[in-house]
Ligand binder design. Structure first.
Ligand code: AMP
Ligand code: ZN
Length: 462
């Protein structure tokens, strides 16, 4: 089975050839752990979870290493810790910072587990890799790629001639567009921070440049090198990270003498009801908000995966309702189904740059054909219809058994009288209410479809 993946660096779909098929290596930029994950943060997690599943299926579960970091050096984490200290919380500032990132990581795990995302092989915290970051920075200074000024260490962007290639920008355009911060300690406005000084109110580590803390970009370069080695296969993240974060990661790692990533993959952004999710528009919500509103994790996962990862995705209430109705139906169909582990149903579509929407379309037709084993196996490939993400109340909100009985009785009577008009009229009314009617010799089976309308159902007189 050959996999093709769209590579942002080459701007086309390329056949995927791992460096070492016995150890396929992937890095995804993880969250900054200052607060609950919002719904947009779940998109890269779910997209790369499907890729992780596909790679495990293709190369073997023990032959894939997946790293997703936690950024636990951050001004917002510090601000919360400081506020708690000022409010009289016990412990040092360092301890309170740690407490805040620990609690956020706990939430993150609970939320992403609820969406059925597999835990990566490694989830390094930036604060555990400060020594490696200091080493890398020292090497960059030695090579002339970075310089110290006033307790800051800056990366000299002009020394890396390919800077801007990934995101398709030129350094001069960026400066003309004034998208860069000018600061007195910079030789050039494009230069970015590798290390910055910490005052006594902030967490800091001893370094050759005084007490300070790393910049965000160097964290990923150092952790990826430490855990995945000189060169690895796939690096992922949201589109918003292409510039400057990923450009900076590439510049640092390449100038430090590392091969870094072969394939760059970026998911498009998530919107809500056609608008950018933002606190000011009042359409901002976290994964936990949805779960607490009673939206099952499996439904969130299904909606999020229904749009191809390279297209903007729109979260809507309509999609949520449809996904819920579909999953109720599929769960009912596959409830007692034994899996056939030898079958690989969804690999072809997934191997084509994660064509998950194609997989979902196939699931709809398998459900319509009553191919329930294939339906379950196909769902499992993308982490749906699994035991892990099941357990929510999938029974229809209304009792369909009454109508099933009425229809069965009507059919029995019609067999005698040869007058099927009552059977037909009940059937018609049910279909009109969005119910899927299946009549076999074994009996009558009703399922609420995506257009199910409970009010219409109640109005049916049987
Ligand atoms: P952050 O914690 O903001 O660095 O983001 C963590 C991950 O979530 C990154 O890969 C971002 O690209 C991604 N992300 C943030 N906002 C969105 C969004 N609205 N849609 C999709 N991905 C997002
Ligand atoms: Zn990163």
């Amino acid at each position: 089975m050959s996999i093709t993946l769209y590579n942002t660096a080459t701007r086309r779909k390329d056949p995927f050839a791992p460096i070492d098929p016995k150890n396929v290596r992937m890095y995804l930029c993880g969250p900054t752990v200052y607060d609950r994950a919002h719904l947009g943060n779940a998109r890269p997690v779910l997209v790369f979870d499907v890729l992780y599943r596909l790679l495990r299926q293709t190369y073997g579960a023990d032959h894939v290493t997946y790293v997703r970091n936690f950024t636990d050096v951050d001004d917002k984490i510090n601000a919360t810790a400081l506020a708690r200290k000022e409010a009289g919380a016990p412990g040092t500032l360092e301890e309170l910072v740690r407490e805040r990132s620990d609690e956020t990581i706990g939430w993150y795990h609970a939320d992403m587990d609820a969406l059925g995302a597999l835990r990566p092989t490694y989830e390094p915290r930036a604060t555990a890799y400060i020594a490696q970051m200091i080493d890398m920075i020292a090497g960059l200074i030695e090579g002339g790629y970075a310089y110290e000024n006033d307790g800051h260490v800056l990366f000299r962007v002009r020394t890396y001639t390919d800077y801007g290639k990934l995101s398709g920008r030129s350094v001069d355009d960026m400066i003309a567009g004034a998208r860069v911060e000018v600061a007195p300690y910079k030789e050039d406005p494009m230069d970015f921070v590798l290390w910055k000084p910490s005052d006594d109110e902030l967490p800091g580590w001893q370094s050759p440049w005084g007490r300070g803390r790393p910049g965000w970009h160097i964290e990923c370069s150092a952790m990826a090198y430490e855990l995945l080695g000189d060169r690895f296969d796939i690096h992922g993240g949201g589109n918003d990270l292409q510039f400057p974060h990923h450009e900076n990661e590439i510049a640092q790692s390449r100038c430090a003498g590392h091969g870094f990533a072969n394939v760059w993959m970026h998911n498009e952004m998530l919107q809500v009801e056609g608008k950018k999710m933002s606190k000011s528009l009042g359409n901002f919500f976290t994964v936990r908000d949805l779960l607490e509103d009673g939206v099952p994790g499996e439904v969130i996962r299904f909606v999020m995966l229904s749009t191809h990862y390279r297209k903007p995705m729109d979260w809507t209430e309509k999609k949520r309702a449809e996904a819920e109705a579909t999953l109720r139906k599929w769960r009912a169909l596959t409830a007692d189904v034994e899996l056939d582990p030898a079958q690989e149903y969804a690999t072809t579509a997934l191997s084509d740059d994660l064509n998950i929407s194609d997989v979902i379309m196939r699931m709809h037709s398998l459900a319509a054909q009553g191919e329930v084993r294939a339906l379950k196996a196909t769902g499992n490939m993308i982490g749906l219809l699994t035991d892990e993400i099941g357990g929510w109340d999938t029974s229809p909100a209304v009792d369909l058994a009454v109508f099933e009985q009425a229809l069965a009785d009507a059919r029995e009577a019609a067999m005698q009288s040869k007058d099927f008009s009552k059977v037909d009229s009940i059937k018609l009314a049910l279909v009109d209410a969005g119910i899927e009617v299946r009549m076999t010799k074994a009996g009558v089976n009703l399922l609420a479809g995506p257009d199910f309308d409970p009010a219409k159902l109640e109005a049916i007189d049987v």
